[in-house]
Design a protein around this ligand. Structure first.
Ligand code: PLP
Length: 376
């Protein structure tokens, strides 16, 4: 059988021409292209300001700083995410306080937030996992009631909507990421979006060594960082953004094929669920194996031998060693997140997969599950 990777970027001749034009221009950083990328991105998402940064993680770090989150503060978030969302809270010296997830969408369960609010709580960091937004109305109600800020980690959900509103536009600021496995890529890169001028200005300064906004190159107002996005990456961003709608519609087509092929297998494999208020942009296509006795890791290994690469999405953050050591978290603290972590895997999803490929991949999955069932 053909070999299937889990993810693959979609790079066209236009992407290459854009990057090459920058290389021929002699201006490889802090030129006109990152500004152009920001302007187009802000327009696309429908916000006033966009601030290009070197990664999604860098963007989260800057937003937390700009929101004034600091040592001693608590930030409510989900344990079922890529580690960067919780790590960014640690970068500013604050404490990530986890709440368990919804068993169908795998996003933070809003019903579990209020019990975790203390006098130290300053913000809710909502992560829109796998390509669909968190349930933002109840999150916004709680934030208003307790005067908390909302920060959105939209790194996996560019273009997705909740009640027809774009992910990343519900709180003080949102962050997107462009690592090569995301829906669009700049190689490495990220983008902060906000309607708050002050947040934008602080992020703009901090990404460039805390430079004052007065053209005095060496006047440093704050302790800043080098989180700039270079011009080659920005050029890739401009051309990728121009085909984002196409790339999302291709991902939706593949997800719909998978969904149809999985229907008759619903007693053994749980397909992803899109909440009624949401549109999904399919960063990953994650299925859950229903038989808890199946050794998921062995299943992934066997699939790999059969030519289908899969990926563990995602381990629960509270069970990483340093989180356990720092905060005393243990197995059983967030049972829904842990159950999803131990039984799910991401299937290949990238532009170029055909319906036939999807059938072959699901056939391989079903037959490997069958084999493992027989071993028992
Ligand atoms: C990809 C991702 C990020 C940011 O990743 P970078 O590699 O730093 O760009 C942050 N949070 C989540 C949930 C992600 O999936």
């Amino acid at each position: 059988m053909k070999k299937y990777p889990v993810a693959k970027p979609y790079i066209t001749a236009e992407d290459k021409a854009g990057v090459l034009a920058v290389l021929n221009s002699d201006q490889l950083s802090l030129g006109p292209v990152y500004k152009k990328f920001e302007k187009k991105f802000a327009k696309k998402i429908g916000v006033k300001y966009a601030c290009a940064v070197s990664s999604g993680t860098a963007g989260l770090h800057l937003v937390l700083l700009a929101c004034g989150i600091k040592a001693g503060d608590e930030v409510i978030t989900t344990p079922f995410s890529f580690v960067a969302s919780a790590n960014s809270i640690l970068y500013v010296g604050a404490k990530p306080v986890f709440v368990d997830i919804d068993p169908l969408t795998y996003n933070m369960d809003p019903l579990k937030i209020e019990a975790k609010i203390t006098k130290k709580t300053k913000a809710i960091l909502a992560v829109h996992i796998f390509g669909q937004p968190s349930e933002m109305d109840p999150i916004r109600r709680i934030a208003k009631k307790y005067k908390l800020q909302i920060i959105e980690d939209a790194c996996e959900s560019i273009g997705a909507t909740y009640k027809a509103k774009q992910a990343g536009t519900f709180g003080q600021a949102g962050v997107f990421a462009f690592y090569p496995n995301k829906q669009m890529t700049t190689g490495e890169g990220g983008m902060i979006v906000t309607n708050d001028k002050k947040i934008y200005e602080i992020c703009d300064s901090l990404r460039n060594q805390g430079r004052a906004n007065n053209d005095q190159w060496l006047d440093h107002k704050y302790l800043g960082y080098n989180y700039r996005l270079d011009e080659m990456s920005s050029a890739l961003g401009v051309s990728q953004l121009a085909k984002l709608d196409f790339m999302i519609s291709e991902r939706r087509k593949i997800a719909a094929w998978y969904g149809n092929i999985l229907k008759p297998l619903s007693n053994i494999i749980q397909a992803p669920v899109t909440a009624a208020n949401n549109t999904h942009t399919w960063f990953v296509y994650v299925v859950k194996i229903k038989n808890k006795k199946i050794n998921r890791d062995l299943l992934m290994k066997n699939l790999k031998k059969a030519g289908v690469s899969t990926k563990l999405y995602l381990p629960s953050i509270h069970l990483f060693d340093f989180y356990k050591k720092m905060f005393g978290y243990k197995k059983g603290d967030f049972p829904i997140a842990e159950a999803v972590s131990s039984s799910s895997l991401a299937l290949p999803i990238y532009i170029g997969l055909t319906k036939k490929d999807c059938e072959l991949i699901i056939n391989a999955l079903a037959s490997q599950i069958d084999k493992l069932n027989k071993v028992k």
